[in-house]
Design a protein around this ligand. Sequence first.
Ligand code: ASP
Ligand code: MG
Length: 400
Amino acid sequence: MDIIVQKYGGSSLAEDGKLRAVAQRIANARRAGAGLVVVVSAMGNTTSRLLAHAGRLNSTPEHRELDMLLAAGEQKSASLLSLALHDLDIDAIALTGAQAGVRTCDAHLNARIRNVDPTRMHRELAEGRVVVVAGFQGASPAGDITTLGRGGSDTTAVAIAAAVGASRCEIYSDVDGVYTADPRVVPDASRLRMLSLTEMKTLAHHGSGVLNERAIDVAIEHGVTVHARRAHGDGGQTVVRPEQAAGGRSRIAGIATHGALLRVDYTELANREALGELLDEYDCFAPELIRGGRGVYLLPTDQLADVTGLCDAIDTHCGEGVKVQGTVASVSAVGRQAGRDPSTLTFAQRLLQQEEIAVHYAFATEHAVCCLVDTDDRAVAAQAFHGGFRIADTGVADVA
Ligand code: ASP
Ligand code: MG
């Protein structure tokens, strides 16, 4: 049987009308004959509200207990969507992450998927059911509920697509794909039709929010092609697929920004080890920019479930030489081998100079050039990059 994995984001399920429309879309795909596994996020801003609720009752909540709470958001979506499908005479079953076979490590709030046992999902699919899976969650080796870090439902979808041998993995959200920049920051950004997984990973790492970076890591590992689409209304899509051929010409595919990176500085080498240990489980953005013996770690705050908790932990564990220095923004130009030619970084800095934007730090990696700027300068900096770089879409015609 041809299996399709679809994932629906929280804003696409935020109201009954939207939930029903999603159910209708799934019903149409089911009636066309495909086996369907549907992964869902928590409705609207449920996850943030649950976190805030816990914070009102306890300022230093245990991560295991938080996972118990947060996982409920996705379970609610899975149940309601399954019920909406039944109402359309579609046979469906809702499963928690654990029931679907998602096994993770035991890093509560930020767990990584170790493997997915597809036995139960295959059994349900063989019975003709649509399998609706609560995203963002799994079970630890001890059998406890874990969650995968903010935005983690994408990762569930890609890991399940690999495990069940799906022919497609479709990620539905309120945008119709990945853009050359965030249209809310750069109004004349346009949709990219085609990207490589490596470029997408780099864009996500540098702050593009459409697809989760860890999900792309899993896609790279298993060679899964991801289709980013809009859940409601028409629109095209962005196809993100494994590199077709090695090499190829360098290009800039898009501009990405982080609006708020938590900046942690260390001045004493002695304290660096404690800091490194503490931040080990986090996905740092550019860990350790070194300047004259001092070092800087940067962490995207939008990926942190508990920013205050982390700041407190840094204060208590790391001693005098380590300080949280507020937040900075980053603006990056990303694309295949974008950082290889040193003149690209010089050009990037010049674009910001022309706008009289102070650059705190500039660096290049293989597929990106990046400048750190004040958070207030983020939008103008992104617009300057978007206007200044020649952005190339190697896209092909949209395919259905
Ligand atoms: N509901 C979770 C979050 O808000 C996971 C997700 O949406 O992917 O981070
Ligand atoms: Mg998301």
